[in-house]
Design a protein. Sequence first.
Length: 123
Amino acid sequence: MRFRRIDQNMDGEITAEELQSTLEADDDVRIVDIRSSGAFERGHIPGSDNIPFEELPQRVEELDGENRIVTVCPLGKSSVQAARLIASYEGTSDTTVESLAGGLDGWEYALTESTDGGANAPF
């Protein structure tokens, strides 16, 4: 696995409304939720994939050739770092990489649950 220069920037942030519109239009986007697997199971954006942040450097090759990637975390802070890491990977050189502004805290749309949730769901 090869990374480009570390100062490679992501393409920016996307709002919850823009992402929801993208999903409704069936546009080609891969949503990467970087929370722990337990948090992901309690609730996630429909169609998203879970690659926990700490696993991302070892699993970034799974994102080779994607057209557009949106990273997601609880508040939209860690997902910016994840988007920068993904954007620096040479396999995503032609990929639009964005972070969900405000994270799941700003997501007002339906979530998919894999378990019965809990007191802190979906975080």
